[in-house]
Design a protein around this ligand. Structure first.
Ligand code: GCO
Length: 442
């Protein structure tokens, strides 16, 4: 019998997010989020797609949980839609929204799976964006109040909490580059959003501690740490600048180190910090989530706003045109291990988009199998090298709404026929079943 490569405590899960899978955007009291609004903006989303139906998981969650169980997943990382829980962003709680997530958690528990809930995976209630969204400090307090309601109403159902998913994307793609909702392109707004997202995280962790739940709470970052193009000091500096402005503006305040001087002094960027903010943001957490897909390379370029530019790389790419660089994950796992002084780490997203086709009822996504196996091997190497890696969640359980790319990109280990909503387990799903069972060596 093949040896089990990961120990029995290692948590194998799959991940999705509310706006990408639920659909039912006007059902049972849910009100519009910034993504409902953004999808209405002509040209914002490829093919004019939106999340109004998505994979209809709001109605099909029992079927999906059964599929997860069939593949042996031990946990499901989903996100709670703020506009379902508090449709006005604050104040009145929508009982129907709470019930949906209670039912989902109970279905998971009935199959012996853990419920891992992300409080915020980008679907900010539009009503709060109308008041400035993440550029408004008040949104941080509204988030903490929303989180408190979730802890009170779902604390007995959720096994692990994640405050924010990828604040980098919320702040930079949403307010600087305009690629994500709300689609703004204003640097001042982006840096205000960075701070208010950090503050929202800290305030929500303090609420969690006040309530006294014993389950773990953390945050998920997508650390962007491109390698230097060459060993020239300038290119190594470029790599440090890239990591500072994209990742350390979140990671360092979380760890009580304040904003990185490379950003505040070298790049001369300011943040709207008020008294006690940095202490609030540094409220201790129990684990950190790491989302990894790919790694780029950068060279110094003083003409660029952040003094670096991406350079061409040679690796094979996925359907997102993202280079496949497993070793980049090893670098980041050690970086997180060092920066957090050994906080438990979960890979809360890893996977790839592939041009999947159905052939005689099967999907032979062998590129995805290779991608995943290469990254599993990196996980094992990191653990052997002493990194406290405690789990892995594949992105994604099933094909879903890939933000600005609409439904054109498929990340699932389960295929979705969007015409019929039929689910088809891909070869990568069967491969994950074998890896999780321990009978498959990669
Ligand atoms: C992210 C988000 C996911 C994406 C996935 C593929 O990391 O960007 O968490 O919602 O769909 O990463 O891009």
């Amino acid at each position: 019998m093949q040896k089990v490569v990961f120990d029995k405590e290692f948590l194998w899960g799959c991940a999705t997010a509310s706006y990408q899978v639920e659909g039912a955007v006007e059902e049972h009291g849910r009100k519009p989020s910034i993504w409902d609004t953004f999808c209405e903006k002509p040209g914002a989303i490829l093919n004019g797609n939106d999340g109004s139906v998505a994979t209809d998981q709001y109605h099909r969650y029992k079927e999906d949980v059964s599929l997860m169980d069939e593949l042996g997943f031990q946990a499901y990382r989903f996100s709670i839609a703020w506009p379902r829980i508090m449709p006005e962003g604050k104040g009145k709680v929508n009982e129907a929204g709470v019930s949906y997530y209670r039912n989902l958690c109970e279905e998971l528990h009935a199959k012996g799976m853990k419920a891992v809930a992300t409080l915020y995976h980008w679907d900010l209630p539009q009503i709060l964006q109308d008041e400035g969204g993440w550029t408004n400090r008040e949104t941080s307090y509204a988030f903490a109040a929303y989180a408190k309601v979730c802890y009170e109403q779902l604390g007995a159902y959720v096994d692990q909490w994640i405050t924010l998913n990828e604040p980098f994307c919320s702040a930079y793609l949403g307010y600087l580059y305009g690629e994500h909702a709300p689609g703004h392109t204003n640097a001042r707004e982006a840096f205000d959003a960075v701070h208010h997202l950090n503050l929202a995280h800290g305030l929500s962790v303090k609420e969690f501690r006040k309530i006294g739940l014993s389950t773990p709470i953390g945050i998920t970052l997508n650390p962007i740490a491109p390698r230097p193009a060459t060993r020239k000091p300038k290119d190594r500096k470029a790599s440090e600048l890239a990591r500072a402005i994209t990742t350390e503006v979140f990671l360092h305040p979380l760890m009580g180190k304040g904003y990185p001087s490379l950003v505040t002094e070298t790049l001369k960027i300011t943040f709207p910090v008020q008294a006690n903010d940095m202490d609030i943001i540094a409220e201790p957490i129990d684990f950190i989530g790491l989302n990894y897909y790919n790694e780029g390379a950068v060279a110094y370029d003083e003409e660029e706003p952040f003094a670096y530019r991406e350079v061409p790389v040679w690796q094979r790419t996925t359907d997102m045109n993202w280079p496949i660089v497993p070793y980049g994950l090893l670098r980041l796992l050690h970086y997180f291990d060092d920066e957090t002084q050994g906080l438990p780490i979960y890979i809360t997203e890893n996977g790839c988009a592939a041009n999947d086709v159905v052939e005689e009822g099967r999907v032979h996504d062998l590129m995805r199998c290779d991608y995943l196996n290469q990254h599993f091997a990196i996980c094992k190497q990191a653990i052997d090298e002493g990194v406290k890696l405690k789990g892995y969640f594949v992105w994604s359980f099933l094909d879903n709404f890939e933000w600005a790319f609409g439904y054109s990109k498929r990340f699932g280990v389960v295929y979705v026929d969007y015409e019929t909503q039929e689910r088809i387990i891909k070869d990568s799903g069967y491969m994950m079943r074998d890896v999780i069972s321990g009978y498959c060596e990669f």
